[in-house]
Write a protein that binds this ligand. Structure first.
Ligand code: PDD
Length: 286
């Protein structure tokens, strides 16, 4: 089945969706994105992703490409026409096509480019990697200073993913001034006893939509949450570690820079949090 994608008001076969070479997203990485998971054919935490998209657009003085209702309708239509049961909807908005290359932003009435497509991922919820957990390495965080804006400038995270692959592990954790910021495309946590430790929100990290839900569920389950920076050395002494993202949900981390955590296996706190997260989010999926 050919994938149907959305581009600027049209539903098209993927091969027919074309964007100008002058698009600001292509020339300047001048665009923002969201990734929303689909389980049972429904969107997980759509209001959270919609709100963060609005914030990213606002921070970059970009106009909203369409109404919130329309955005939801496009997501739903793509899920339906592509028969997605488990997977993701990717959304990208760029500052559009000014017709030439220029560092200055084009006039405010330049039409933004809006692209959405689906990715089918059967087995997303019952991911076998959850049973073994991820191994990660640390790499220096040399990204720009506004990581709270979800921009499409993903070259360094891609390089860090390649460093992980070269080291035969699953992901990289970024470290800045001695402290972990986050993973290549996820938020990072350690567990010590009943305490869940994760870096506090600031422009140093992306404000994960999964993070927000997981911390809420953890608090409801009487777990103690400490929002503060932590080091790789502290991670290596932790009982457990994990990451969260819209595509991995809650994923155990069992090894950091070659040191096994706990017993080198996914721990009970992480496993429980993943269960709670999936159970609760399925209830509110739309
Ligand atoms: N990445 N930190 C970074 C740098 C990210 O790119 C992401 C998400 C997260 C987690 O955010 P959320 O829980 O809202 O997905 C944290 C997406 C999944 C991606 O780039 O594919």
């Amino acid at each position: 089945m050919t994938r149907t994608v959305y581009l600027n008001g049209e539903y098209l076969p993927e091969a027919e969706a074309k964007v100008s070479i002058f698009d600001r997203g292509f020339l300047m990485a001048d665009g923002v994105y969201e990734v929303t998971s689909v389980l049972d054919g429904k969107l997980i935490d759509f209001p959270g992703h919609r709100a963060r998209l609005a914030r990213s657009l606002h921070e970059l003085d970009m106009a909203a490409p369409c109404s919130d209702d329309k955005l939801l309708a496009i997501h739903r239509e793509l899920i339906a026409v592509n028969a997605i049961t488990e997977g993701m909807v990717y959304l990208q908005v760029t500052r559009g096509n000014p017709g030439d290359r220029d560092f200055a932003y084009p006039p405010a009435d330049t039409k933004p480019t809006l692209v959405l497509f689906t990715q089918a991922k059967p087995g997303l919820a019952d991911n076998p990697a959850v049973r073994t957990g991820w191994k990660v390495i640390s790499v220096p965080d040399i990204r720009w200073g506004r990581r709270d804006i979800k921009t499409v400038q993903l070259l360094y995270p891609s390089m860090a993913k390649m460093a992980a692959k070269a080291a035969h592990v699953d992901d990289s954790w970024f470290v800045e001034d001695g402290f972990v910021t986050e993973g290549t495309s996820n938020n990072a946590y350690i567990v010590k006893g009943n305490r869940i430790i994760t870096r506090q929100l600031s422009s140093d990290i992306l404000h994960g939509i999964t993070r927000s839900a997981v911390l809420r569920f953890a608090a409801e389950a009487q777990m103690v949450i400490e929002e503060r920076p932590f080091t790789i050395a502290e991670t290596q002494q932790a009982d457990e570690a994990f990451i969260t993202s819209a595509s991995a949900f809650v994923m155990p981390v069992v090894e950091v820079d070659g040191a096994a955590l706990g017993h080198g296996k996914p721990g009970p706190v992480t496993t429980r949090l993943r269960e709670i997260y999936l159970e609760e989010m399925r209830k509110t999926a739309i």
